[in-house]
Design a binder for this molecule. Sequence first.
Ligand SMILES: [Zn+2]
Ligand SMILES: [Zn+2]
Length: 178
Amino acid sequence: MKAPITIALQPMGVVEDSLISFLQYELAFLFGAVEVRPRVLIPETVRVPERGQLVGGLVLSALAGPEGADAVLGVVDEDLFAANLNFVFGLAHGQKAIISLARLRQEFYGLPPDHDLFRDRAKKEAVHELGHVFGLPHCDDGECVMHFSNSIVDTDFKGSRYCRRCQKMLEGFGVEVS
Ligand SMILES: [Zn+2]
Ligand SMILES: [Zn+2]
């Protein structure tokens, strides 16, 4: 992989434009370049109506590959689950990753809206899933963005950056981050 990295940002279904612009700016700052793709529809086949959720793995499969980019990040504003997990904040496989915004709003937890916190959480989840795409495993450091989030409390505790060790590992894979 050569630096700078190019990331394709793919809104799936209805996603607020301001959040996409925010992620575009933040990820471009961190990795290099971000191209935003036109919104695509979420196929009905990935939906499990009785759970009110989408099958994470199927959403990831439905996401088109990065083509000319190094990675593609799908952004979904619906709740995802995976085989053994009641919900997931995101998933990554190969050069593709997705994040869900559904559990990132304070309203989801019965609290008053906090727009900055919402954005901050979305950025952390995006940087986390892209870290997996670029080869990083989960990190033991609770403040590292690659720490696994069991709940939103973990997401809020961790930072939005890779720890020194994860950053070194990324450099070893040819990925330079600012
Ligand atoms: Zn993870
Ligand atoms: Zn780390």
